[in-house]
Design a protein around this ligand. Structure first.
Ligand code: SF4
Ligand code: SF4
Length: 368
């Protein structure tokens, strides 16, 4: 007996697959499954988060619908994955945010943007809000640096605490606690697997999307999104070091490192999420958790908006549009931060932890 209906179904499918084993070369899920004879709820949540949703095992399966065995591993694991996000949420009272995630994220984003716009209007007179400000410290004429740093620092810290608590719950559930942290080879192997999206290639042929012809499009767009986000984050970190260590205030010149990193990251956040949205639009509905497409869409749109508002601010920062654009960008980024633990962002964290466990299991079995 399993704790939920979807885990019951996942347990049934893994039992069928463990007898069949046709898909063992496609990804990490099937080799991890073969290491077990029975499946606890934690095992199934681990396998669900190890799945990269490439769709290959549905296309290849001789038991997929209309066969009476009704085997649909990608969709079943996708639903189990989403339910696991809610189960690990901290604080638990916010678990419901995953049920109507698109609506929740939209409301928080709208409120955050409105708060920055009204805040800027309330604390600055018209000449400052719509004035032209250039050179070092221009942004801080609209909002003092210390206030900006305190607000975003607090939002970031809250997101980190909530994510760490979620990972702690995941660790406990999958029965793989502290040992993983002290296993650098497994941590490194998982970082490489996650960085390459090694298991989003259907065993080497590509990802299945709208039909039975695999392609690498989802992988390419995901890379652009992930590395775009990472570059934007690096840009913010370098700018913080500039401010506190070198006493150099933003905005910086086009050729300066924070701007170069932010520009490359911003381009990635425009092309990657737009491409992912296009692929999602076309995707075979049999492969996805249709009840939660709003969660995926909301997160992708937030990333696109982060890139879009950041690039708009960069292009028009020397004009009178700078004030409103800064308020818009800060509102989007603030809402992205505080909703991180309650949306699709968590998939990257839990999948990484699942990959660490997989690498560790393989090493313990003498495979790597
Ligand atoms: S998905 Fe289908 S073909 Fe693949 S292992 Fe399971 S039952 Fe076999
Ligand atoms: S959808 Fe892809 S990653 Fe997920 S279990 Fe099937 S083959 Fe593996």
């Amino acid at each position: 007996m399993h704790g939920t209906r979807i885990l019951e179904e996942a347990g049934r499918l893994m039992t069928v697959c463990n007898s069949c084993r046709y898909c063992e070369g496609l990804c990490a899920v099937f080799p991890a499954m073969e290491m077990r004879r029975s499946f606890s709820d934690g095992d199934l949540n681990y396998l669900a988060n190890l799945c990269h949703a490439c769709g290959a095992c549905y296309t290849d399966c001789q038991f997929s619908p209309p066969h009476e065995f009704n085997v649909n591993v990608p969709r079943t694991l996708a639903i189990a994955r989403t339910e696991s996000y809610a189960a690990y949420t901290w604080p638990a009272a916010f678990a419901g945010a995953f049920a109507r995630n698109g609506l929740v994220i939209s409301i928080i984003a709208a409120l955050s943007i409105a708060a920055f716009i009204f805040g800027f209007a309330a604390f600055n007179d018209r000449q400052v809000l719509f004035g032209v400000h250039t050179g070092p410290g221009a942004f801080y004429k609209l909002m003092p640096h210390n206030a900006m740093a305190a607000l975003f620092g607090a939002a970031f810290l809250y997101a980190i605490i909530a994510l760490v608590m979620g990972v702690r719950a995941f660790w406990r559930d999958i029965g793989e606690p502290i040992g993983m942290v002290a296993d650098p080879p497994s941590l490194w192997q998982a970082m490489r697997d996650a960085g390459e999206l090694r298991y989003l290639d259907g065993g080497g042929v590509g990802c299945f999307n709208e039909d039975e012809r695999p392609t690498d499009r989802r992988k390419v767009f995901h890379h652009l999104t992930f590395y775009g986000f990472a570059l934007c984050f690096a840009s913010t970190c370098v700018a913080t070091l500039y401010h506190y260590l070198l006493a150099r205030e933003a905005p910086y010149a086009w050729w300066d490192l924070p701007v170069v990193l932010g520009t490359l990251g911003g381009i990635g956040l425009l092309i990657g999420p737009a491409g992912l949205l296009g692929e999602k639009w076309k995707r075979d509905p049999d492969l996805v958790d249709q009840a939660h497409t709003g969660m995926d869409t909301a997160f992708i749109v937030m990333l696109f908006m982060t890139g879009f508002t950041g690039m708009a601010l960069l292009l028009w920062r020397d004009t009178s549009a700078m004030g409103p654009l800064l308020a818009l960008h800060l509102g989007v980024v603030f809402s992205l931060f505080i909703t991180m633990p309650y949306g699709k962002f968590v998939h990257g964290i839990y999948r990484y932890v699942a990959l660490v466990r997989y690498a560790r299991e393989r090493r313990m079995m003498g495979h790597g």
